[in-house]
Design a protein around this ligand. Sequence first.
Ligand SMILES: Cc1ncc(COP(=O)(O)O)c(C=O)c1O
Length: 400
Amino acid sequence: MQADTTLFATSLDAAMRLQPTEPVACFAPCDLLRQYERFRSGFDGLVTYAVKANASPMVLENLCGFGMRAFDVASPKEMRAVREVCPGADLHYHNPIRGTDEIAEARHLGVRSWSVDDPGELAKIAPAPGDEIAVRLALNVPGAAYDFGEKFGVGPAETIELLQQVQRSGATPSLTFHPGTQCRAPEAWERYIITAAQIARDAGVTLARLNLGGGFASDRDGAGDGLEQTLSAIGRSARSAFEHPPELVCEPGRALVAEAFTLVTRIKARRGTGAVYLNDGLYGGLAEMRDMPTPRRVRVFAPDGAERLGPPEQMPVFGPTCDSVDRLPPETSLPGDCREGDFVLFSGMGAYSLALSTGFNGFGLNRIATVRAGLAPVTVDARPIPANLRGHSSEASHDI
Ligand SMILES: Cc1ncc(COP(=O)(O)O)c(C=O)c1O
């Protein structure tokens, strides 16, 4: 990963000054802080971060600098990434499938919080007093882009049994769930919380903590993310469902980090047929586009910075690899006057972009630039921003 040490005013400024021919992920620590503040002020509990969404050291370092002290990790590699930048952080090992070697390494790295959804996995951990075991509940609730319950979690009856087993082992029982990623329905959390309270009563177990997962939506269509509504629905349901609510924890990935990155791509070719070939695609930073497009968060600029404002046209938009699957959804539209050499900027691209980028065919997203670093404790060569670009830094929103 190549990280530029210059601080750019905006991602457009980065594109103009670097004139990169490869895709660049432009990181705005201020936007990461803003999202974290929205969670901290709207959520009545502990806010942690799901490292899988974007494990870049500068993201973890900034979150630690902003005061985050607990992270959801899925593997020993993620644990080590957190330990590197935030040595004392709590690690919540919430991937419920683990090899015994991974369990041993997690113990070595200081993990004391685990999630389980199966008696065999519980036995593998061999829980002891001092361990927190969160049983993962799965319900069939709509609202998310993908159904996470197909892979992990168990229904209410098995959750009761597992909670009782945890209690008997002397470990601390908690409950966790994940409503599915990019979930736009606050009712999904409400149903989980009501069910969790009933399960705890039926099991005769006092939950130490209730972890409400990630799943919080990011703004993919320019219409906002609805975060405050979701967080207040969560607070209301927890207060009404439990006589004494357990400590609440959330572990957002997408909603915390998405806004903090803009992906700068470039048009490598525009064919006479109208087809556009970008320098990044589904095997790179645009990996999620096929399932979750961002139709209204794309802007195109000529190499001199002038925005292409021609009427939007639907056109085939391909990534750089030789694979024809490497294509944005057919409904993708770009300004009709876009040309070879133009920059195509995708906003809200911090989650599952760098994390999913492959090196297939020798392409991929391998470069990060920092924009408007603001309060961030990142190492930057904060050269003065040229006068003609200052306007961009103050008036431009996080969009570019
Ligand atoms: C256990 C767990 N927590 C949190 C997350 C983060 O989800 P999201 O990025 O949708 O917030 C995931 C995503 O896979 C997960 O598996």
